[in-house]
Design a protein around this ligand. Sequence first.
Ligand SMILES: Cc1cc2nc3c(=O)[nH]c(=O)nc-3n(C[C@H](O)[C@H](O)[C@H](O)COP(=O)(O)OP(=O)(O)OC[C@H]3O[C@@H](n4cnc5c(N)ncnc54)[C@H](O)[C@@H]3O)c2cc1C
Length: 327
Amino acid sequence: MGINEVWSWVETDKGKILDIGLKIAAETVRFSKQTGVKPCAVVSGEAKEEIGRLKRYGIRKVYVLEADDGSHPDVVPSLQGLSQLLAAIQPDHLLFAANSLGNEWAARLSIRFQAGVLGEIVDYGKSKGKLQLRKKAYGGNVHALFTLEGGAMSILTISLDALEKLEQPVEELEIVPFSCRCEQPRIVLQKVEPIHWSELSLHEADFVIGVGRGVTKEGMRTIQKLAEKWNCPIGGSKVADESGLITREFRIGASGKNIACHIYLAIGISGAPHHLAGIKEVKHLVVINPETNAPITENAELVIAMDFEKVIPFLLEMQTETLEVVS
Ligand SMILES: Cc1cc2nc3c(=O)[nH]c(=O)nc-3n(C[C@H](O)[C@H](O)[C@H](O)COP(=O)(O)OP(=O)(O)OC[C@H]3O[C@@H](n4cnc5c(N)ncnc54)[C@H](O)[C@@H]3O)c2cc1C
């Protein structure tokens, strides 16, 4: 038996808790309501100043990983620290967001601790007293259902499409520092290079271009030049997917991906409710559409009410420095 806790790994970067970290924290609380265990988080001490933010999403206890000496100041306590914490205490469940880091760590830790592991969960709920988990299988064509039978710790990754940054504030947050040995890793990060725009995921990009029925195949070529210039992925509506402008995995909306980028530039998209469902968390919406009463214009901060073919050449000429992302 575990200690009646569910933990989530809250991802940070340079002392800041990432959006994905807040989402998985909120998910931990939803999970705890189904399982009756305490919602807790584990976070690297590099984000010490930000830990209070987790109260807003309903987390009740946070384990803070601190390096026990300053001998390797460039090594942020992360997988090493989490692994040492798990060797000392084990929760009933450990959740990760199903991004590349979450999926990799879940697999590595499940082998190290002989825990049950299940990835890319899209939904879960109680059935006949047991927790039933649903995940996509066979390339997403079917859903497979699993039950948690108790026993050893389970490690789960939750599909990014299922994560929502739901606020459910609590008053108290217990903070538990955990001191870990940080050894210089054998594989050392040398530098970070930008990924080509066509390989960027809609979930992780700051800036996303969306295309819809108003965009032609020829027009798509100039929009791709813009994506290349700004290094951002191109998603779009269901119509854009069905007409071959984008592939299925880049569909945004109720039957596609939810995005939470800083800027979403919607080109030739009307803003049907199914599309708007996928852009609720976008911070700044910019629209290119000559139809000024299209629903997508309602929440836009800027509407360029023109034919996109006239606007894109102008954007291609613009100085990139003027497009610095602001939050
Ligand atoms: C079960 C179900 C699930 C669905 N899931 C999704 C989903 O996940 N995502 C999704 O997007 N849709 C989804 N849909 C479809 C959705 O209801 C709409 O049909 C779709 O979003 C419309 O796509 P659109 O905005 O590209 O096209 P339209 O609604 O036809 O809009 C095209 C827009 O382009 C503008 N335009 C035309 N020419 C130009 C030009 N030269 N320059 C600039 N603008 C121009 C027009 O003014 C218009 O506003 C779903 C539907 C169903 C039934």
